[in-house]
Design a protein around this ligand. Structure first.
Ligand code: HEC
Length: 157
């Protein structure tokens, strides 16, 4: 009896799992226009550029490195969701969409999120341990974002 229940439970779960694979979120990497990127609009020192690309670009740019498990539901749903939400909040590949006020706010937010340890998301660094920020990375990112924030704030309106 128990064996039978177990068997049917496994079969049911397998069917559900296979069924879930039919719902495939779009894993897009829209083309990057070199004239719209953060680097084309702002001064980005090379050490900062490297930290951003390593720890933030998977969710905040069009240069997402989609891992193999992004093909497998339910991981695929979670990942696609994080990426589209991340890009919606801040997109380094399309920095040109932001005016000076927006950029000023984003630099302030970067410093804030990094100081809190809220970014990169912990669910992400659990798997991508190479994306974890060291204390030194954090200090550099915060210093850079704070000084860009101040520089933009001091510009005449
Ligand atoms: C795994 C995906 C992921 C990674 C990696 C990631 N973020 Fe995010 N980020 C998000 C999501 C999702 C949101 C929006 C929801 C939230 O705030 O939690 C967000 C929001 C933000 C915001 C708020 C923007 C606003 O609207 O004010 C900032 C700033 C930010 N992230 C900075 C960073 C920085 C800096 C890094 C790298 C050090 C980073 N993020 C890495 C997913 C990510």
């Amino acid at each position: 009896m128990i064996k039978k229940i177990l068997k049917w439970t496994v079969i049911a779960l397998a069917v559900v799992f296979v069924g879930m694979q039919a719902v495939r979120p779009a894993r897009t990497n829209p083309p990057v226009d070199g004239a719209r990127t953060l680097q084309s609009k702002m001064q980005v020192p090379s050490d900062i550029d490297a930290i951003l690309k390593r720890s933030c670009y998977d969710c905040h740019s069009h240069e997402t490195r989609w891992p193999w498990y992004s093909n497998v539901a339910p991981a695929s749903w979670l990942l696609a969701d994080h990426v589209s939400e991340g890009r919606g909040h801040m997109n380094f590949s399309d920095w040109a969409q932001y005016d000076t006020d927006d950029a000023e706010d984003l630099f302030e937010e970067i410093a804030k999120e990094v100081r809190k340890g809220a970014m990169p998301l912990s669910s992400y660094t659990l798997i991508h341990s190479d994306a974890k920020l060291t204390e030194e990375d954090k200090r550099r990112l915060i210093d850079w974002a704070t000084s860009e924030h101040r520089r933009l704030k001091s510009l005449p309106d």
